[in-house]
Design a protein around this ligand. Structure first.
Ligand SMILES: Cc1ncc(C[n+]2csc(CCOP(=O)(O)OP(=O)(O)O)c2C)c(N)n1
Length: 305
């Protein structure tokens, strides 16, 4: 068992040179998460990934769902906003389609995204909207104090289900794989280096990049801990014959969340994204936001009287 697995991140020297830019994402707001919460690392990894990809705060739109992770909206500098619980993907997709020149990043929890807003996830994957979506999977509804979500492990006593959860958990990556996505990745909130690498890959994907971050929740999720994850996570990049363009191989890799948890870019394919497929946007160089004009409709309104 590896309780304190220190890894020297290979981006560190590069990041040191970029320290001023890295600081551009720092917000003056104090963090309000519990001690040991995975959200600290996730936010830091995102700041690092954006900096290393030379994306400036003003070039981003970061949309947060309602939840513990959503409290990150004022803890990072950039164009940030909060949506309705479970509906973050549709809000972010609107921004991504209106102005594809911005880097749109949506954050959601397993509670809101795998239940209330699951329909939005389904159609965002099918549509291949040009955006990054980060699933903060702490396997419970954190902000409302630890109720079972669709991702909570079977048998675990939770607030609201003290005798233990009676259903099998939904495996988020497996569910997304069935929708024939263009990018699926999984990483772990305890591994800043791996999260940064995966978020960088996702930021470079032109369609809907689905990134699940297995997130420790020391307050409400007693099933997993950093040590529990370190014992189980396996990087597919280190497997001799892993091919992330092989849908069947990815389907098999994603299913186990108990013994060997596969991490990395699990599946990707290149295809025209939603905007590239739209016939009426073909060869259009401007963004919708640049095409907004003022139109006088008073005559039309008069006609309708
Ligand atoms: C439509 C709607 N349903 C429920 C709520 C109450 N609510 C707010 S946050 C939250 C829990 C969020 O859990 P999750 O999405 O997993 O995010 P986490 O807090 O774990 O990061 C709930 C149930 C709400 N605000 N709106």
């Amino acid at each position: 068992m590896n309780n304190c697995p220190f890894k020297m991140p290979e981006e560190l020297p590069l990041l040191a040179e970029k320290s001023t830019e890295y600081m551009a994402y720092e917000s003056p707001q104090p963090a309000t998460w519990c001690s040991g919460c995975g959200n600290y690392g996730i936010q830091k990894a995102l700041e690092r990934a954006l900096t290393l990809e030379n994306i400036k705060p003003h070039e981003t739109v970061m949309v947060f769902d309602i939840g513990c992770h959503g409290n990150g909206s004022d803890k990072i500098n950039g164009n940030t906003l909060h949506g309705l619980h479970g509906r973050v993907i549709s809000l972010a997709a609107g921004a991504a389609l209106a102005n594809p020149k911005l880097k749109v990043i949506a954050h959601g929890g397993d509670g809101g995204i795998l239940s209330e807003g699951v329909g939005h996830l389904v159609h965002a994957v099918r549509s291949d909207y040009p955006m990054l979506f980060i699933l903060h999977n702490n396997e419970n509804y954190g902000l409302t104090t630890g109720q079972a979500s669709a991702a909570t492990r079977k048998g675990l006593p939770m607030n609201g289900s003290p005798d233990g959860v009676i259903l099998d958990p939904m495996v988020a990556c497996q569910f997304v794989m069935t929708l024939h996505p263009s990018f699926v990745a999984r990483t772990f909130s305890g591994d800043l280096h791996h999260m940064t690498k995966i978020l960088r890959a996702a930021l470079n994907h032109k369609g809907f990049a689905f990134v699940e971050i297995m997130q420790v929740c020391p307050t409400y999720n007693k099933a997993t801990s950093p040590a529990w994850f370190w014992d189980r996570v396996r990087d597919v990049e280190k497997l001799p014959s892993y091919n992330p363009t092989d849908w069947w191989q990815a389907m098999k890799a994603v299913e186990d969340l108990d013994k060997e948890i596969m991490m990395g870019v699990l599946y990707k394919k290149d295809q025209p994204n939603f905007l590239e497929r739209l016939p009426n946007r073909k060869d259009v160089k401007t963004a919708l936001t640049e095409e907004v004009g003022h139109h006088d409709i008073s005559a039309l309104l008069e006609e309708m009287k």
